[in-house]
Design a protein around this ligand. Structure first.
Ligand code: SAH
Length: 474
């Protein structure tokens, strides 16, 4: 068995929304106390490994009683071999037990209710979730296919089967980190449904009421999820009739009075745009991708006034930071905003601002683990795009290149933007998703990179997200 002694802590949820300790109100669990609950299959404990105004983490730890599992084995299907496996790993891994614990221990939060902080419960907040041991049938690819369309940044590392015998190879278990700006209710619902889907197993008999549970927790997001069939099949344990019913009802619930739901969505989004700035989404998503790349050196192309650089400075693991921009004026602003003159020497030596253009080859841009160009390409004239492509992918060649650009399809959602107009007067073009993706794929292919795409900001069923991001890797 894999060594998971120290990873008994199954699930942690962290927020940096200030004051972060409000998480306690949202989960109905006081950060100052350890609370324990008896569930049918063992004990659940909730406690806070960290609880400051800046950062607060709630942990849900399950202690499953293996003897009880064997005693209750009649409820489980499968042959004796799978049964043995099942009993072996269950006490340690995230599974349908965790879903049950989420619904019983965080029931109000799952329902979107908070007595003291209702407004916060309805608001997307920056969350980071860690699941110590998550069984993923279908591997990392499937894990990403489940969470990325919902707007999560996924970081996964596969666990070896047994550290003492590396030749046995990898297990089907992953240690997983998810990041997103999302309502707590949605976050819990995604976990509630998708954890057992990844495991492709349930510890209890799946009957009619399982369809109800699925619809209750997933009707708002599953209908438009690209993997909806597979999710439904696995969630309902491949019981064909139940799967058929659920899929039919998902479609029905989707179609109910489309005008009304569209209107609701539009309103929701308008409020959303006001409440969380798209910029926050953007920098959060980019930062997550940079962390994901484990970068020690980063260069921000078209850094503007240095908002992203400011965040890079806070990342201890990044040793070298360069901001470059074509405009000397904005570099002065960045210098001022970052208070570079007043930084202590050790911090000061990590960061440098340089003036340059992304359309000219430049030695100073070479040799970085990661480079970013956040809302920059749309400022270049179309006929300079080839030059940009060569400068970045042929000469600078960062290991990871992150590009974000507006998704033009989404513009109709901005009430104050007249149809056909670009978002900023300095934009030379704005691409829809197929246009950006096709440019990015061709560019990646020509220069030996792979690329994947992530939505940034609230996802609209038809239009996608306000911003699109391509993460290139070589
Ligand atoms: N990345 C920043 C700024 C985006 S605005 C942010 O997200 O806040 C676009 C920036 O790209 C501007 O600062 C502009 O000066 C810069 N820029 C435009 N053309 C450029 C070029 N050819 N080379 C480098 N930077 C350029």
């Amino acid at each position: 068995m894999i060594n998971i002694e120290e990873s008994k802590m199954l699930l942690t949820i962290t927020t940096i929304h200030k004051p972060a300790t409000d998480l306690g109100y949202l989960l109905y669990k006081n950060p100052a106390r350890l609370q324990s609950f008896s569930l049918a299959f063992g004990q659940a404990h909730v406690f806070y490994p960290e609880a400051s105004a800046e950062r607060c983490t709630a942990a849900l730890l399950l202690e499953i009683d293996p003897i009880g599992l064997v005693r209750n084995k009649r409820g489980m299907s499968g042959n004796s071999f799978s049964l043995e496996q099942y009993v072996n790993d269950r006490p340690y891994v995230a599974s349908s037990f965790l879903s049950v614990a989420i619904s019983q221990v965080f029931g109000s939060a799952l329902g979107g209710r908070s007595k003291e902080r209702q407004e916060l419960a309805e608001k997307p907040l920056p969350f980071e979730v860690k699941i110590a041991v998550l069984p993923c049938r279908g591997g990392e690819m499937f894990l990403r296919k489940l969470f990325e369309p919902l707007g999560y940044t996924v970081k996964a590392s596969q666990l070896v089967l047994d550290e003492k015998f590396p030749e046995w190879g990898q297990s089907r278990y992953f240690s997983v980190e998810l990041q997103s700006v999302v309502r707590l209710k949605d976050l819990l619902r995604h976990l509630y449904v998708l954890i057992p889907v990844l495991d492709d197993e349930k510890h209890y008999w799946v009957g009619e009421d399982e369809v109800e549970k699925l619809l209750r927790n997933a009707s708002e997001w599953l209908g438009s999820h690209p993997e909806k069939e597979q999710i439904t099949r696995r969630y309902l344990k491949h019981r064909k009739r139940l799967v058929r019913d659920a899929l039919a009802r998902l479609v029905e619930e989707d179609d109910q009075d489309p005008d009304k739901t569209d209107e609701e969505h539009a309103n929701e989004e308008a409020q959303l745009e006001e409440r969380i700035s798209l910029n926050e989404h953007r920098f959060g998503a980019v930062l997550a991708a940079v962390r994901n790349a484990s970068a020690r050196s980063v260069i921000d192309f078209g850094c503007g006034s240095g908002k992203l650089l400011e965040r890079f400075l806070q990342e201890k693991s990044i040793e070298k930071i360069v901001g470059m921009d074509v405009s000397y004026r904005v570099l002065e602003v960045a210098n001022e905003k970052l208070r570079l003159d007043r930084l202590p020497e050790r911090q000061r030596s990590r960061i440098q601002l340089i003036q340059g253009s992304l359309t000219y080859r430049d030695k100073r841009l070479e040799g970085f683990d990661c480079a970013t160009a956040v809302e920059v390409i749309e400022h270049l004239d179309m006929d300079r795009l080839n030059a940009f492509e060569r400068v970045v992918f042929e000469f600078a060649r960062p290991k990871t290149m992150i590009i974000t650009t507006p998704n033009a399809e989404y513009n109709v959602r901005f009430e104050n933007l007249p149809a056909g107009k670009l978002r900023h007067k300095d934009h030379r073009f704005e691409w829809n998703r197929p246009e950006f993706e096709s440019w990015a794929r061709k560019t990646a292919e020509r220069h030996g990179y792979s690329v994947r795409f992530l939505p940034i900001g609230p996802l609209d069923r038809e239009l996608g997200a306000p911003t699109q991001m391509g993460v290139f890797q070589r």
